[in-house]
Design a protein around this ligand. Structure first.
Ligand code: NAD
Length: 467
């Protein structure tokens, strides 16, 4: 079989690349090992976790609304139905994607693809083997959860994120190794379902890539509601016993403890070593990353790569953006990566979102910045929702006033960050933000209030003294 453009991998990056290339007139074949499109994000990642996080939010809100004088009986949780709902959402999206692929005449081949040269790939599916010749290829093979070798990885009580999302049961005591985004999102889900949660994080703060002030409201909340949060602590060993998994921690402060289940969420590693890239002459580094230029081209002229396999952050929205660039370059456009930032969101409760320069980075790089931080304790909208722990902050260039970075913590922070990303991309200054009329009362107006804190024009709080 021959094709103009071959896409290897049908996650958000891969299918976006395929669809964009087809829309630009290319004949496209997409190779995917699973029977459905959507990859980790749609089938065992972002989407199913958001379905479960929605259920968790409803459970939590029903409990918290008792302070408004409204009480519900404790929820009855039908795990089978919750699982089915989660699967239904993914299936709906799978079906939509299959339809979109068909409408665009994108050929989908199910199987495991490996390069056999820089113009050909072998696709294996059971006993069948198919050779595809291509003119150009886009590698979009993603990543997989990191496993820690000495742990009893075959024991079903030791889970990765896919196992945790499968929701086989609700363990009484759950340990989460890794206080990153996956660990804390799954902690939110299982805590709402009734598990006693402990988190162990190697670094001295949870979500280490994020500024401490943005993480603080989440940390304060879960410190009270979770069993334990162990920072600067590593897991030394896990022993599989009949009664549970016995976990030993580093240092002498934390005695070994038995948990019903353990979730390992210590990051993901790229799948660059799984595709016989050497047969096509593609350079793959030791960790499995494939290096690309601003147009997503690998060291081999007709082969491009996108998404998790080309580097961090491993986020679907980055992969989609890169996929479109690769497809456009293949179709002869002058596209290249020009976006100034990739937003990050932890869909925890409260949510945390940030973009652009972090305050830690500004300090490390010696950048002269101004900071405006608006506490949601002074936001009428947040208080009316029974939440006072949020924060919105903006960093701006001291000389020009241009926005450099921003972050927010609180309900819907993941939605609110979009305005900050647009402001950065449009080169907005803090006065542009402060002088934009925001609807009142909204959580979105906290973004303008943070700008007013820098401008000194805030009236909802006392203006900070100008430095
Ligand atoms: P992560 O890198 O976000 O977090 C892993 C955490 O584990 C880090 O805090 C790290 O310090 C800690 N850690 C590493 N080794 C450890 C050890 N041995 N013991 C204790 N702690 C250890 O990785 P993740 O949470 O597994 O997520 C993987 C990828 O998926 C990330 O790139 C993430 O951004 C992405 N993701 C994004 C979202 C989202 O956008 N909402 C959701 C899920 C996953």
């Amino acid at each position: 079989m021959k094709t103009e453009v071959l896409i290897l991998g049908g996650g958000p990056g891969g299918y976006s690349a395929a669809f964009r290339a087809a829309d630009l007139g290319k004949q496209v074949t997409l190779v995917e090992r699973y029977p459905v499109l959507g990859g980790v994000c749609l089938n065992v990642g972002c989407i199913p976790s958001k379905t479960l996080l929605h259920a968790a939010a409803v459970i939590n809100e029903a409990k918290e609304v008792s302070s408004y004088g409204i009480s519900f009986n404790p929820p009855k949780i039908d795990l089978k139905k919750l699982k089915a709902t989660k699967e239904k959402v993914s299936k709906q999206l799978n079906t939509g994607l299959a339809g979109l692929a068909k409408q665009r005449n994108v050929t989908i081949i199910q199987g495991l693809g490996e390069f056999s040269s820089s113009n050909s790939m072998v696709v294996k599916n059971g006993d069948t083997r198919e050779e595809i010749e291509f003119e150009q290829a886009i590698i979009a093979v993603g990543s997989q959860a990191v496993k820690i070798p000495p742990f009893p990885n075959d024991d079903p009580r030791l889970m990765d994120s896919t196992d945790a999302l499968a929701l086989e049961d609700v363990p009484e005591k759950l340990l989460i190794i890794g206080g990153g985004i996956i660990g804390l999102e799954m902690a939110t889900v299982y805590h709402a379902l009734g598990s006693k949660i402990s988190v162990v994080e190697m670094q001295n703060q949870i979500i280490p890539g994020c500024d401490k002030d943005l993480v603080r409201p989440l940390m304060q909340k879960i410190k009270k509601s979770y069993d334990k949060i162990l920072l600067s602590t590593a897991v030394e060993s896990i022993e599989a016993l009949d009664e549970g998994l016995k976990v030993s921690f580093s240092g002498d402060k934390q005695p070994p403890e038995i948990f019903d289940k353990v979730l390992v969420a210590v990051g993901r590693r790229p799948n660059g070593h799984l595709i016989a890239a050497d047969k096509a002459g593609i350079n793959v580094d030791e960790r499995g990353f494939i290096q690309v230029d601003k147009q997503q081209r690998t060291n081999i002229d007709n082969i491009y790569a996108i998404g998790d396999v080309v580097g961090n952050p491993m986020l679907a929205h980055k992969a989609v953006h890169e996929g479109k660039i690769a497809a456009e370059v293949i179709a002869g456009h002058q596209s290249q990566w020009q976006a100034l930032t990739i937003p990050s969101v932890a869909y925890t409760d409260p949510e945390i979102a940030w973009m652009g320069l972090t305050e830690n980075e500004a300090k490390e790089q010696g950048i002269d910045y101004e900071k405006g931080a608006f506490p949601w304790a002074a936001s009428g909208r947040s208080l009316s929702m029974g939440r006072k722990e949020g924060l919105t902050k903006i960093l701006s260039d001291k000389e020009t006033g241009r926005i450099l970075g921003a972050g927010m913590t609180g309900t819907n922070a993941g939605e609110l960050i979009a305005e900050a990303v647009l402001a950065l991309e449009m080169g907005a200054c803090v006065d542009d933000i402060a002088l934009t009329v925001h609807a009142h009362p909204t959580l979105a107006e906290t973004f303008a209030f943070a700008a007013e804190m820098i401008e000194g024009t805030i009236t909802d709080l006392m203006p900070p003294k100008k430095r």
